[in-house]
Design a binder for this molecule. Structure first.
Ligand SMILES: *Cc1c(COP(=O)(O)O)cnc(C)c1O
Length: 404
């Protein structure tokens, strides 16, 4: 048998990813170890997925318990974990109804299809246009890259589905000019994640809600990245004070187990009548049991208040780095969704900082070429924030030294 090293990846995998050389084998809390026993502090959290850290004992117990009971049934049957999770999600949010799937893209696919179907049922086939925002990210299926506002993700995959328009984010006049009675939905992230950690202006979000109401269009919030405690609220819409008609959630919902959900009102849900949409694995008992346990841990004042306290500590640390190195143009954040935009001089080089951080034992992320992104576990300890930022400091020192 060949050794399972990084080079095997190039032999057997489609080249759409280029992972780090080290191969992680174990995680615990905010720490990860590779095959050689090297330890990393994890500020990436699996891209805002591992919201309670690696190997959380309650998640491990929930998964093992369910593994001994029931794995899969298909949607011909329901199951206890799916019902339990549905109750928790509808009790904790604006929503009355839940649709389960396995990823963020699928949750959005369901959201966009439902928005079209609802308009079709209630207003006729002409009302089918979707308005989304430049730089938005909604997933990698053909429909979701088409609604997404980053043309590079659809290049080469055309023809894309039609009836989709993009306008600049946080520009209410542009939306006013684009929206009409043919608009069935406006789709937005409360904070653009992949686009560079760009929060929606609360005034903008309120105006979007009003324009949607004026034109009988549904407001769809993609909370795949902002959801499940990330911003210090269970969902970011609570912080904005604007309630959507449809919300997509995934990533942190399973804490590392693949699961997604679309949440909506009873009125809108009524258009997904029997047979209109589906997913073989949607509502899988293992996924729902884990997600239900994630909500028990995250949807508590301790965890959510903790996120806000850790945000402050994180920002203090980044400010201190900036005082020393003058490296950040702006730090944008909500809870533990944190983006540090590099000064112009370093624009285009976020990947280099990420690499240097990795070499110093810190896992982190970028959001585009100019922004360093941090999405650690919501349970990250204060001492780990300090230790991780100390590793980032070393990485910055090395880059600046090479520059001099
Ligand atoms: C990650 C992400 C998605 C896609 O989720 P997948 O699980 O990769 O399909 C969609 N929308 C937003 C805002 C995301 O951050």
């Amino acid at each position: 048998m060949t050794e399972l090293t990084r080079s095997v990846f190039d032999d057997v995998m489609v080249p759409n990813y280029n992972p780090q050389q080290m191969v992680p084998v174990r995680g615990e809390g905010t720490r990860v170890w590779d095959q050689d026993g090297n330890e990393f502090i994890d500020f990436a959290g699996g891209i805002a997925v591992n919201c309670v850290g690696h190997n959380h004992p309650k998640l491990v117990a929930a998964l093992k318990e369910q593994a001994d009971k029931l794995w899969h049934l298909s949607n011909v049957y329901t199951n206890e974990p799916a019902l339990e999770l549905g109750q928790k999600l509808t009790e904790a949010t604006f929503a009355d109804r839940v649709f389960y799937c396995n990823s963020g893209a699928e949750a959005n696919e369901a959201a966009f299809k439902l928005a079209r179907k609802y308009a079709f049922d209630n207003f006729g086939p002409e009302k089918n246009e979707i308005i989304a925002f430049e730089k938005a990210f909604h997933g990698r299926t053909l429909f979701t890259v088409s609604v997404g506002g980053q043309p590079k993700y659809r290049e080469g995959f055309e023809p894309a589905p039609g009836g989709i328009n993009h306008v600049p984010f946080n520009d209410i006049e542009a939306l006013k000019a684009a929206i009409s009675d043919k608009t069935c939905a406006v789709v937005m992230e409360p904070i653009q994640g992949e686009g560079g950690i760009i929060p929606a202006d609360p005034e903008f979000a309120k105006a979007v809600r009003e324009l949607c109401d004026e034109h009988n269009a549904l407001l769809v919030f993609d909370e795949v990245q902002t959801g499940v405690g990330r911003t210090g609220h269970l969902y970011a819409y609570e912080g904005l004070g604007v309630t959507p008609d449809i919300l997509s959630t995934a990533k942190a919902l399973g804490g590392g187990f693949p699961v997604g959900a679309m949440l909506t009102t009873a009125k809108v849900a009524a258009s997904f009548v029997m047979g209109t949409h589906g997913s073989t694995y949607g509502g899988n008992p293992l996924a729902c049991k884990v997600a239900s346990t994630v909500l028990d841990i995250v949807n508590t004042p301790e965890t959510l208040d903790g996120v806000n306290a850790k945000n402050k500590l994180f920002l203090q640390g980044l400010d201190a780095l900036n005082a020393k190195f003058e490296i950040f143009k702006e730090v944008r954040s909500a809870g533990l969704l944190i983006g540090a935009e590099l000064v112009e001089k370093f624009h285009g080089r976020a990947g280099e900082f990420n690499k240097a951080a990795h070499a110093n034992g810190l896992m982190m992320l970028v959001a585009g070429p100019n922004v360093l992104r941090f999405t650690p576990s919501l349970l990250v300890e204060d001492a780990e924030i300090e230790a991780g930022l100390a590793r980032l400091e070393k990485a910055i020192e090395q880059i600046l030294a090479a520059e001099a």
